[in-house]
Design a protein around this ligand. Structure first.
Ligand SMILES: Cc1cc2nc3c(=O)[nH]c(=O)nc-3n(C[C@H](O)[C@H](O)[C@H](O)COP(=O)(O)OP(=O)(O)OC[C@H]3O[C@@H](n4cnc5c(N)ncnc54)[C@H](O)[C@@H]3O)c2cc1C
Length: 573
């Protein structure tokens, strides 16, 4: 028999198991279950969350109490049993564009039905990708097929690896975490309320997932960019197009060829505008504009955030670097924090050399000097309609996004010619050796401004050290961001400071722009079959489809698309 019980304790009590067992027994007695120590055959920790709302920080713990000789080993709910089937070249195959979380988990799920996944990925494997990413910090040279967004593991590989997701209704979050643990993630992610892997651990886990796919007969084609989606008129009264393959280019040799296939899981993420153009050229009706968000990264010394969140107390060794979540409603639009990285770094995550994009990540220890978060403003299609060729143009949001990213680069370059940039000197993973940082402008230098100066509308005369390795330069961010974003951000910050007193301070630095929190385009799909109603055989999945955001929800979305294909096949047989 198993009983699940929750109770709270102080951070100091957490390590005292006999005390925790007594608390659990006491809690169970309240529900009419009277057990003694001797009845317990296993006492298994399941979840932890931290409540720091009050001065005395509390931990909330959940345990499974097994009795009568039962143990977690024979508890099927908690054990992951892989059921991938080996497939050979005679198996049915499905093309997948993108080796991010959506593409990889779609591939694993197809293997469960004996379908052969063929993943087409424009970027290289992680070993090469690490070198290309280091180059961005060192020299600013940005490879448009290998960067923080593109390459093995997608945007998830050098991300923060936060695995918290609210999309429990869309799939089995625990299963995703179990598969990650099966491939090498710390089992702690199964028990933490806000699980986090860390950018230093993710590449190995991604590599192990790829090996599973290949061992079971799947294919992963790296350095292979899709350059056209091939479709032919389908036999319907309206002549709906149907997928018949994709045209790809080998990014190292330039050789092009066509890969045939009638089913395509499009898991290309939201950073590749070219893919949306390809879909639009097959049939623009397959796309629609979508609300997304644009803003900045705010970076504080970690200690400041810890002190605010832990009510001025030292967090010591027991408590983790503090997190926050902030929201405000300003002039009918949401302003909110996103992808908060405690003890993390701001990273250059542009996917094209003509723009600047920032994002955040943390190592598993979350021990960097800074804590950062995106602070973004909701942008609805009507807010960026002027960037489209016609009303409701699905690509308008992409043009709007690109314009901001390019404006950031133009402003940073102009500012840097008149002022010295501030290269980072922090010691951290992927950082350049400080001695190699010169005063020549790194082309990925980002525009930045002190938060207090942003609120006062003046350019900062000096900037503090930042974690952003290519360097930052002082710019009035009103020149980078559209007015409707900039004005709402200012009001949002004032509201946030009321919730987190001290959030606005002389040490808070804004680095811009944060434009990739979600996609500005949705690829329309049927709610049941998950297939495009416009292009037969097209299964949009993951963040780029507009139905998922984040590692876990994109992975679940990939799984769901693969399951929909397997279900469809079963019906046809
Ligand atoms: C720095 C950073 C930190 C992040 N931190 C977190 C976090 O902590 N937690 C979290 O949940 N989310 C985080 N995210 C977001 C998360 O990484 C994404 O939500 C997730 O990776 C989306 O998964 P996906 O598979 O849908 O797409 P992606 O991961 O974007 O993968 C898409 C893949 O498709 C490939 N591709 C694109 N176009 C083509 C083409 N034409 N031909 C072939 N291949 C193509 C790309 O190279 C890429 O590898 C972060 C993102 C970044 C950039």
């Amino acid at each position: 028999m198993k009983y699940t019980v929750s109770f709270n304790c102080t951070p100091e009590e957490e390590k005292n198991e006999s005390l925790l067992r007594n608390k659990a027994l006491k809690e169970l007695r309240k529900t009419g279950v009277s057990l003694t120590e001797k009845d317990i055959s296993a006492f298994v920790f399941r979840k932890k969350s931290i409540d720091a709302r009050k001065r005395d920080v509390k931990l909330f713990l959940r345990y499974d109490v097994y009795t009568g000789g039962d143990t977690p080993e024979n508890d099927t709910e908690n054990v992951f049993v892989p059921c991938w089937k080996k497939c050979d070249n005679s198996a049915e195959r499905v093309l997948i564009i993108g080796a991010g979380p959506a593409g990889l988990f779609a591939a694993l799920t197809l293997l469960e039905s004996g379908i052969k996944p063929v993943i087409i990925e424009r970027g290289p494997e992680t070993s090469q990708r690490k070198r290309d990413i280091a180059d961005i910090s060192r020299t600013g040279v940005l490879n448009s097929d290998s960067n923080y967004c593109f390459g093995e593991g997608g945007a998830g590989t050098f991300s923060d690896g936060k695995l918290f997701s609210r999309s429990g209704k869309r799939g089995n979050i625990t299963r995703i975490l179990q598969i990650l643990v099966f491939h090498g993630a710390d089992p702690k992610i199964l028990t933490d309320a806000h699980p986090h892997i860390g950018t230093d651990k993710l590449p190995q886990i991604i590599d192990n997932i790829k090996k599973t796919i290949i061992n079971y007969g799947g294919e992963v084609l790296f350095n292979t960019r899709c350059i056209a989606v091939c479709a032919e008129a389908h036999d319907t009264p309206h002549g709906t197009p149907a997928i018949c393959g994709i045209k790809v280019v080998d990014t190292r040799t330039g050789a092009e060829h066509v890969i045939n296939g009638e089913k395509l899981i499009l898991a290309s993420g939201h950073s590749a505008p070219d893919i949306y153009e390809m879909i639009a050229s097959v049939d623009k009706r397959a796309l629609e504009p979508k609300t997304f968000a644009v803003g900045v990264r705010v970076e504080h010394p970690r200690e400041i955030i810890d002190k605010i969140q832990y009510h001025g107390k030292e967090r010591g060794k027991v408590l983790p670097a503090a997190e926050y979540r902030l929201t405000a409603q300003v002039q009918e639009r949401g302003v909110y924090s996103f992808c908060m990285c405690p003890g993390g770094l701001v990273v250059p995550s542009a996917s094209s050399p003509d723009g600047i994009v920032v994002n955040g990540m943390s190592p598993s220890s979350r021990n960097a000097y800074w804590s950062n978060a995106a602070i973004v403003v909701e942008c609805r299609p009507e807010d960026y309609a002027e960037w489209g060729e016609f009303t409701g143009d699905p690509l308008a949001g992409l043009h709007f996004r690109t314009a901001i990213e390019q404006a950031a680069k133009t402003c940073a370059t102009a500012a840097s010619t008149s002022a010295k940039t501030e290269p980072s000197t922090a010691d951290r993973p992927l950082a350049p050796n400080p001695s190699t940082v010169t005063n020549t402008l790194n082309p990925q230098t980002a525009p930045a401004q002190l938060l207090v100066d942003f609120l006062a509308g003046k350019r900062s005369s000096a900037l503090p050290k930042s974690s952003y390795t290519p360097g930052v330069t002082s710019v009035n961010l009103d020149e980078v961001l559209p007015n409707h974003v900039s004005a709402r951000l200012k009001e949002g910050f004032l509201a946030f400071d009321k919730h987190m007193k001290g959030f606005i301070c002389g040490d808070a630095l804004l680095i811009a722009p944060e434009t990739r929190t979600s996609t500005p385009v949705r690829i329309i799909r049927d709610t049941k079959t998950l297939e495009s109603p416009i292009i037969k055989g097209l299964f949009p999945a993951g963040e780029g489809s507009g139905y998922a955001g984040g590692i876990v929800s994109s992975a679940m979305d990939g799984e769901n698309s693969a399951k929909a294909i397997s279900r469809g096949n079963a019906k046809c047989q």
